[in-house]
Ligand binder design. Structure first.
Ligand SMILES: C[S@@+](CC[C@H](N)C(=O)[O-])C[C@H]1O[C@@H](n2cnc3c(N)ncnc32)[C@H](O)[C@@H]1O
Length: 218
């Protein structure tokens, strides 16, 4: 099991519990979290957003796919989604601030976001952050054969922006963008390689009232 797979049951549970129907997954790449059967059985509109068309093309046909940078200033559909989530994306984006700000813009008021990502401080992540990408890619291929770019579990440059916590300071950052954090927890990975390393899960709600307060201030 890859670390990101452990959060799948929780994503499904959240969707069912809240009756979410407009859902977007960021950095879904080659591995959409929701199966086509699950999407069809609940009548969900499910969008995969990824910066790489090559990765999106690896995902099965039949999904709604959008090639875009979640940290960019591209014109993405605003206030559209009930639920926005990501698995193993947050560590790759160049700016945690821009990422969470853009996600908030795409959510409808009161919509939810969930992000699952590795957190500092564990040695492999520190090594990955400190060494040049070309070297860490070679090391990974030695340690974990099967992680080639051409496959479905390729390695992507990691930056770990805002990949900390659970920390009060990180929660305050989310609140500044109009989120209310419901859950910010640390999980430990499954599987031999990941067993001891830290992963964070953040589940939060975007409130219109917060952004309205900010806009209305004299
Ligand atoms: C490690 S893979 C994770 C793929 C999938 N979520 C999983 O768990 O197997 C990271 C994915 O994020 C995408 N990605 C990286 N930076 C991105 C960005 N700024 N905007 C959107 N997608 C991005 C990559 O193209 C890649 O598909």
């Amino acid at each position: 099991m890859t670390p990101g797979e452990r959060v799948i049951p929780r994503v499904l549970e959240i969707i069912k519990a809240h009756d979410f129907t407009r859902i977007v997954e960021f950095g879904a790449g080659a591995n959409p979290t929701l199966s086509a059967d699950f999407v069809a059985s609940l009548g969900i509109e499910y969008t995969l957003l990824d910066i790489s068309q090559i990765e999106l093309d690896k995902a099965p046909a039949g999904y709604l796919k959008v090639c875009a940078d979640i940290c960019g200033d591209e014109h993405l559909p605003l206030a559209q989604y009930d639920f926005a989530f990501s698995r193993m994306l947050a560590e790759h984006v160049p700016s945690g601030a821009k990422f969470h700000q853009n996600v908030r813009l795409l959510l409808r008021d009161g919509g939810y976001a969930l992000h699952f990502f590795p957190t500092f401080f564990a040695l492999p992540f520190l090594v990955n952050a400190a060494l040049p990408e070309a070297l860490t890619e070679k090391l990974l291929h030695l340690l974990q054969p099967g992680r080639e770019r051409s496959g479905n579990l390729g390695k992507f440059p990691a930056r770990y922006s805002w990949c900390r916590g659970p920390l009060r300071s990180q929660i305050r950052r989310f609140e500044r963008f109009g989120y209310e954090v419901e859950l910010n927890i640390r999980l430990y990975g499954h599987g031999a390689y990941y067993q001891r390393y830290r992963f964070g899960e953040t589940f939060m709600r975007g409130y219109q009232e917060c952004s309205a307060d900010i806009r209305c201030r004299p």
